[in-house]
Design a protein around this ligand. Structure first.
Ligand code: PRP
Length: 220
């Protein structure tokens, strides 16, 4: 875990960073630099014993698992792919909401393609989620692991289908893809290093409790 009395919080740039700021404010924590304007990877806060480290979204659980950070905010999608081992997951923060879905070209006959005994070529960075989902449907898949721009795979013949995050649906629409199945709803979670929770209990509890009190209300 990060040294002595310092609390290190791992965040990824973009939506998770932006939507975590109000939760930090509830804990009296203000980040003193804008990650979109600075190249710094360690950002100070108004609290001398709290700092933010900027890591790739998929690396947040790893940083917290091995103690490079004491706490972090990470999407459920990333948490599932990581496995969650070594992480205490006290809060669904209900921020950065989206879903993981299956999408195909709008001229592709998905229903026919997933009929019993058939094989489907699936491109995704969410290989764990995709494998479990298609196994539960009894569909055989040939998995193509990608690290981004999944939308391109069905358009170039690399795959029949993708498993990706969908928020507004604009990215799919712009690429002539349609969402054919919703696999799971996603939001971001607070994750805490288990050793840090014991050794830095008071300051971490304060942050966890402040976050809990500031979670946005569930919309119906
Ligand atoms: C996600 C996802 C889609 C897009 C969907 O990418 O991979 O490309 O958002 O959003 P929409 O339905 O509102 O168009 P993200 O911006 O998280 O970054 P990434 O491409 O690095 O995964």
């Amino acid at each position: 875990m990060s040294s002595s009395n310092m609390i290190t919080l791992a965040l990824s740039k973009g939506r998770i960073f932006d939507e975590t700021l109000p939760l930090l404010a509830a804990a009296g924590i203000e980040v003193l630099e804008d990650p979109e304007k600075s190249r710094k990877l360690i950002l100070p806060t108004n609290q001398p014993n709290v700092r933010v480290v900027l890591v790739r979204a998929t690396d947040v659980p790893t940083y917290v698992e091995y103690g490079g950070a004491d706490i972090g905010v990470t999407g459920k999608d990333t948490l599932i792919e990581h496995g969650g081992q070594g992480l205490y997951q006290p809060l669904d923060l209900r921020i950065a909401k989206c879903r993981v879905s299956v999408a195909v070209r709008n001229d592709f006959d998905y229903a026919q393609a997933v009929k019993q005994g058939s094989r489907l070529k699936v491109a995704t960075k969410y290989t764990g989620i995709a494998r479990d989902f298609f196994a539960s449907k009894g569909v055989h898949v040939d998995m193509v692991k990608l690290y981004g721009s999944m939308e391109l795979a069905p358009l170039t013949g690399l795959a029949d289908a993708i498993v990706d995050l969908v928020s507004t649906g604009n990215t799919l629409k712009a690429n002539n893809l349609i969402e054919v199945e919703r696999i799971m709803d996603i939001s971001s979670y607070l994750v805490v290093n288990q050793a840090a929770l014991k050794l830095k209990q008071a300051p971490l509890r304060r942050i966890i409790d402040a976050f809990a009190s500031a979670i946005p209300a569930e919309k119906n």
